[in-house]
Design a protein around this ligand. Structure first.
Ligand code: GLU
Length: 423
């Protein structure tokens, strides 16, 4: 990467943290909390940076850098995913841990926020290299994590197999089986029914609730989904099954758009395990172009900073539901809100994932497992309630849904801090 691109990337990542901090500050202010609350909550309480060697298949040794952030544990253990991505930075992991606190708060889960990341490109690594990397990461952070301390989960480019290796490594270190150390595991190792599809299911519930508020009938809507990873691909399937017209999808390499609706089942069939599918097609457009195409509902389900001040005016959707973390900048949030677009923020829209992770952890602690129907029923109930809480807060305080979500989410942590006597 050239020096200018590096600086641009640093600025972009920094913005993610600064935006998270700014909304937390506004939320605390609106709720009437003193400045000491912001002082404590603007950064994680604990942030570990680790560097560890991994033996590669060709006989060489590579040293990887990785992080684990624990935002606040006043409510209970911290909780949040681990991403494997070449662009992972310290500032990004910090921001993601702040967001996890808000997500857990909105859904009333007994956790604070946590997040981890390894700087690597899993698309260029073999299966056995990934296993050695996953195990080495767990050994490097083992002192600060555990079923009652900090519970990891999947995130960008990590999956149930990686969770299985991490659980195994942790169990070996502690010398007892510890399924509650990590969520998003395969079913046979204590994973929950419905965890893999939970983020997408939660997004669907938010889309349904938002459409209801706007008097839209899902079967008559055109939907664009940016990103075809875990969230984006299941989401496309569920919406297609519900009869909605999915007119646009994309992956890291390009996008497909068809006003008449895309053949979602075929695209899912052709997708590789990293969500790549557009490389098989000639008539692709860019991700940037896709966001401005005609549709009723736009779902950014890829990475950060996709809807910015530069394109927010040209977004044609009347509802934006953020399945990814941080896809819309604060400036873009303001522009969309002024234009009357209903924006359902990430901390609410994608919180189905951590909600079912909580169900998984509860099942691990009890050693008693629920049916798929039980999990999905509880998820629908939790998400509808959370949507309603945030929507009502937005109306009552006359603020946008993002600020309302932060207000709803941060209140529990602020109360716990007060009751524990920390502040
Ligand atoms: N990585 C997901 C998120 O950002 C899930 C976290 C979890 O299940 O703990 O919400």
């Amino acid at each position: 990467m050239n020096p200018q691109a590096l600086v641009q990337q640093a600025n972009r990542e920094l913005d993610v943290l600064q935006s998270a901090q700014q909304v937390i500050r506004d939320a605390l202010q609106e709720l009437g909390y003193g400045p000491e609350y912001y002082e404590l909550l603007k950064e994680p309480m604990r942030m570990l940076t680790v560097r560890f060697p991994v033996h590669m298949d060709d006989g060489s040794v590579r040293v990887f850098t990785a992080y684990r952030a624990q935002h606040n544990d006043a409510i209970g253990p911290t909780k949040g995913g681990v991403r494997f991505h070449p662009d992972v930075t310290e500032a990004e992991i910090k921001a993601l841990s702040l967001w996890m606190t808000i997500k857990c708060g909105i859904n009333g889960l007994p956790y604070g926020g946590g997040k981890g990341g390894v700087v690597c490109d899993p698309r260029e690594m073999s299966f056995s290299e990934l296993e050695r990397l996953s195990r080495a990461y767990v050994r490097a952070i083992s002192q600060i994590v555990g079923p009652t301390k900090d519970i990891p989960a999947p995130d960008v480019f990590t999956n149930s197999q990686i969770m299985a290796w991490m659980m195994d490594e942790y169990s070996r270190l502690r010398e007892f089986d510890s399924p509650g150390f990590i969520t998003g595991k395969p079913r046979v190792l204590g994973g929950s029914e419905g965890r893999e599809t939970a983020t997408a299911r939660g997004v669907v519930i938010c889309i349904e609730e938002a459409a209801k508020r706007r008097g839209l009938n899902l079967a008559d809507t055109r939907i664009i989904i940016q990103g075809f990873g875990n969230a984006g691909s299941y989401l496309a399937k569920f919406l297609y099954d519900l009869g909605a017209r999915v007119v646009g999808i994309s992956d890291a390499y390009g996008a497909l758009y068809d006003e008449k609706g895309l053949p979602i089942p075929d695209l899912l069939e052709q997708r590789d395990s990293f969500g790549t599918v557009t490389t098989r097609y000639k008539d692709t457009i860019t991700n940037k172009e896709l966001l401005e195409k005609p549709c009723d509902i736009l779902v950014p389900a890829a990475i950060e900073n996709q809807i910015t001040a530069a394109n927010a005016q040209r977004v044609q959707a009347s509802i934006v539901v953020e399945a990814a973390n941080g896809p819309t900048t604060l400036e873009a949030t303001r522009i969309l809100s002024e234009r009357g677009v209903l924006l359902v923020p990430d901390v609410l829209a994608n919180s189905g994932g951590v909600t079912v992770s909580y169900f998984e952890w509860v099942q691990n602690n009890q050693g008693y497992y629920w049916t798929k129907e039980e999990v999905e029923q509880r998820l629908v109930q939790a998400m509808r309630q959370s949507f309603d809480k945030v929507y009502t807060t937005a109306q009552r305080h006359d603020v946008d849904m993002r600020l309302a979500a932060y207000m709803t989410g941060i209140e529990r942590t602020a109360t716990a801090l007060r009751l524990r006597g920390w502040l």
